[in-house]
Design a protein around this ligand. Structure first.
Ligand code: SAH
Length: 217
């Protein structure tokens, strides 16, 4: 698992590109500068790691575009020691960014293949979020409430159980909408039964699917 000067140089360029596209939160950009994104790709594709593009990671899923990861993370307004729930572990790249920012991260993936792969990859790189195999729609009632909830797949609704598991005063960031494109939405929980919604432009995500995958692993 090498991180060379060349990778570091490419990464700095990527961070500059993401900054030039409008990301202002230096704590997000710093985290992005530290996480070796090429280690999240299969070895034949490492040269794609430092392009500002989404990329397939197997099981029909993708590692989100760096700009999108930065945008969602900036909207989340993560503070050190925040308890953060991520839905859609995927490659684990977003989880690593959150761990770098000092958050206590809980991450759920419904595809067993990805769950198993990421659960061994991330700790080998020094990132230790808590991994869960299951349906993110259900959240993690045993560990609730959360300061922040980040959904990294397209959802047609604000999942009610996740809203319940968000602290009052907490923030949830999710791409809201069906196939095609979704509106990046911030939900701020203003009271036990109340929330406010902000909208932040259009993005394209893979869908949030109900239930666990049927992989026989
Ligand atoms: N955060 C990821 C990007 C993931 S793409 C990264 O940094 O690489 C979206 C992920 O959400 C996919 O891995 C998909 O399998 C997962 N997913 C979709 N529906 C889900 C659900 N209901 N619960 C948990 N994970 C889900």
């Amino acid at each position: 698992m090498h991180d060379t000067y060349r990778h570091k140089g490419l990464r700095k360029k990527l961070v500059d590109e993401v900054r030039s596209k409008g990301i202002r939160d230096e704590s997000v950009l710093e985290a992005m500068n530290r996480v070796p994104r090429h280690l999240f790709m299969d070895s034949g594709f490492v040269h794609f790691a430092y392009r500002d593009q989404a990329f397939p990671i197997g099981a029909g899923q993708t590692i989100s575009q760096p700009y999108t990861v930065a945008f969602q993370t900036e909207l989340l307004q993560v503070r050190k020691h925040d308890k953060v729930l991520e839905i859609g572990t995927g490659s684990g790249y977003q989880a690593a960014i959150l761990v770098e920012m000092g958050a206590k991260v809980y991450t759920i993936e419904r595809q067993k293949e990805l769950f198993l792969k990421t659960q061994s990859l991330l700790p080998a790189m020094g990132y230790k979020p808590r991994f869960f195999y299951g349906d993110g729609y259900e959240g993690l009632p045993a560990f609730a409430p959360f300061d922040r909830i980040l959904i990294t797949a397209a959802s047609r609704e604000i999942p009610p159980k996740l809203l319940e598991q968000l602290k009052t005063g907490g923030r949830m960031v999710l791409p809201l909408g069906g196939e095609g494109s979704q509106v990046m939405t911030v939900v701020v929980k203003t009271g036990e039964e109340e929330y406010e919604k902000e909208e932040h432009g259009y993005f394209v995500f893979v869908p949030l699917l109900k239930g666990k995958s049927q992989d026989k692993l």
